[in-house]
Design a binder for this molecule. Sequence first.
Ligand code: SF4
Length: 633
Amino acid sequence: MSEHTAATASSSEKGSSRMLSKSDFKLARTCDAKLFFRENRFRDNRAGDPYLALLAEGGYMVEALAKAKYPDGVRPGYDPDPRAACARAIEYLQGDDVVLFEATLVVGRKQARADILEKKGNVIRLLEVKSKSFDGAKHASSLASGKAGALCGVKAPFAILKDWVEKVEDVTFQVLLLEKLLPGVVVQPYLVLVDTSKSASIDNIPGLFAIERRTAADGTTRIDTATYIGTPSQLAELDLITEVDISAQVARLRDDVGAVAARFESLLDAPLPSYAAQGQRGAKCARCEFRGEATAAAGTNGFAECWGPLAVPTPHMLELYSVGTAKAPDATPLATWMIGQGKASLLEIPEEGLVNADGKIGPTPQRQRRQIEYTRRNEVFVGPQLRANIEALRAPLHFIDFETSRLALPYHQKMRPYGLVTFQWSCHSVDGPGAVPRHSEWLNNSDLWPNQLFAEALRATLGDEGTVLTWSHFEETTLKQIVDDLSRFGRDEPELAEWIRDVFERRRVDLHEWARSEYYHPGMRGRTSIKVVLDALWKSDEAMRQQFESWTGRHVDAAQDPYASLPPIEINGIAQEVHEGTGAMRAYQEMMYGFKKEDLRARDNWATLLKQYCALDTLSMVLILEHWRRATV
Ligand code: SF4
């Protein structure tokens, strides 16, 4: 069973009988104090995170595929009392030949649900399904050469790689419970992983799963369960996951996991001071899921509880660009040093420590220093190169933005797990300063591998003339991947590949780089995403708002966020919106593979949402460049 479901299960057990689920354990491993906030139901920012929801949905299908490989598997059945559910699972496990799905394991106040338990005689294979990608071919070749596999380093003592520690700890937590519940039984732990060295031999894999959804209070729909409904022969062709024996890795971690789990268990009812939260503060708190607004009600903002008076200063030092890399004058981590000085204001950060390891002021320290200086002065910084950069652009200017997705189980034949699907682009083309932009767009609507059509349509619009402007390296990376994919899919398209190479080698300019090195507005704070930059300029630039209104016919006043102003569309009774990239991926999935995919009206509405969002991204680039042009006259 996946962690998100485990978390839900455990949350019903909060209150006087708090339990330590494996999801709680995982969270507390990142910071002890987070366990306190979860147990005491502080607001968690991740609760509505669309990206995590998207990952979770992919995880459901992987889990359903893994379970389908065990057709005799049974579910012990749900019981609201975890101890009763555990007793039932143990009863099943008295048999000599049994496969259990989602067995609840409880020892003391520790609780887990095991995805798959396969018992034969005295041996239980414990299988934890993860949608994390893994290169099975690399793993096999590592083992064959006497090394420890793809989860471990390549040199003795073959330490478990940082990326995998959390997954192995998760399994270790379950193994310890199962061994306590069934002494004398041999437990063999496995991770079941999405194997990127394999590829799909059939098309439309999502059609082989029945998805059940529920609608949350906020109107969003989430997958509740996924079940494999294809035939046994299709299942045999779905060779996309690999069971990886991690006995050696679990053996290494078991003492540590046992000791730490016991400590967390003993803290379940403890007050915050017992977690020593103040000693754990640092740059990592910038992204803490329990960090609320400064105005949040008392007892709801975990960050304010940990930081006390140091949570208050505005602007806060944690807003510093790349704060995790920033150093104090004594070369120790800046955030920790500042806390030691009893300071937390961005304006009190000493600039002497903001240097590279070699003492030079590289691009990141320069950006940090500029943020502090221009925030203090409340002024805009315009770099000396910005005007020259703008003048070097060659008309027509093509502002482009791509929407893509990478899903655990691929949709198309020959694709690998997490393979690239390029499903949409938008382009605004401009002939000269202040000219009205022309808009072009492309959105896939056929159930075929779309990357070649995507590139061909883009080529028809961009042609061979003019500068191609993007806001990140993402478009370049995507185009390079399409070139690789063309040969992988057996498409011999040398001219198209050559055109793509010309775009990213000769014609592309990254406006994001300019935002980092040649411009700073105090409203950007430590961020440089297109939405943040547009928002910062929008509030202060009347000319920008007028241009937007005359080009789009939409009035958005200074206090509004132009992205938030995109009109929602009602689809099947729910007002749907797309404001960011993850929302676009979800909308595309709904349009192409959702449970209402045959509903042409719903499909059209999803397409409209996708188009209006992607078009705003490219129009935003035009507006920002126009602003910079005016600022450098
Ligand atoms: S604010 Fe920092 S110390 Fe407090 S829970 Fe979050 S990460 Fe931990």
